[in-house]
Structure formats: C-alpha cells, structure tokens
Design a protein around this ligand. Sequence first.
Ligand code: SF4
Ligand code: SF4
Length: 163
Amino acid sequence: MNVVFVELDRCIACLSCERACLFQQAELKKGDRPNIFVNVDMDRRRIFTGTCLQCETALCMEVCPVSALTRDPETEAVVVDKEKCLGCGMCVTACPFGYMHLDESLRKATKCDLCGGNPKCVQMCMARALHFGSINSLAELKRKQTDLRLGLRAVPDHEDDDQ
Ligand code: SF4
Ligand code: SF4
C-alpha cells in the first residue's frame, strides 16, 4: 500500500504542502481545510508534519455507523462518501493520529485521499521531504542514507541522487 510519508529532518515548514492540498480541496469542492498538517513547536524547535497513514486496520472505518468510509480499490486510500456521511464526528474521535476532521461548511468528514494516486503535496515539496510510496520504501530510503553517511556506499545509487 502506498502512502504519503514525511522525512521530518528535511521539512522546513514552508507550508507549500498545506497550500497545495487546500487548493486541491477547494477546486474539487471537497472541503475548506488541507489534509496535511504542518505544526511548528517553537519552544522545542521541532517541526511535526503529517497526514493520513491509510492504516491497514483503519479505526475510522470501523466506527462509522453508516459505512461512509471505504477503501478505494485502486489507490487503497480510505475515502469518504460525502453522500452517506452524517457528520457525526465518530471517525474524528477514533483516529489515533488526529488526521481526520470535519469540514465546517459541509459538516462532513474529510481526509487525505491521496489525490487519486498522485498526491499534490508531494509534487509541491521543494525540500523533497515528502514521498509517496510503501512504508517499506521509507525504511529502505533511511538505510541507504545511513550507509552513505557511514561511507558504506561510496557512490550513491541513481535513485539516491534525489535524496
Ligand atoms: S512542502 Fe515539504 S518542506 Fe514545505 S512544509 Fe510541506 S513537507 Fe515541509
Ligand atoms: S462523520 Fe461521517 S464518515 Fe465519520 S463516522 Fe460519522 S458518518 Fe462516518
């Protein structure tokens, strides 16, 4: 399963991902908030950027009383059927990461749907902090970066040129 994941040590909190998502939501009339969130903790000088992990066991799907949340067969993203959604907010409460929210004007649940398999936030991240791929590919990326730092790989693989 492919998800959007963040390399936090690359994120510079430029907010381009939030703006790209907001624009996409507004254009498709899907909501009035972005579905990726950039939080800056000034006291601890840390940035926390994140979006829906499309959990394999998705608690939001499990608690929805009207089965308004389903798994897209093509992208495997958890998606909201706005026609069915009651706006009860149970999915918002159930999400352990806080990545589900209610659109204030529509009173419907809204979340990252991976832009149909071509996430706009990833395209707009100039710092290359955002990636779209499997969780395993994140582990592989980190392993390669560590190898390079330790000198275990003298010449970066072609795909490392982007990192
Ligand atoms: S666009 Fe990239 S660098 Fe900018 S806030 Fe989003 S994740 Fe961070
Ligand atoms: S807000 Fe909508 S999607 Fe979420 S649990 Fe309620 S009916 Fe289901």
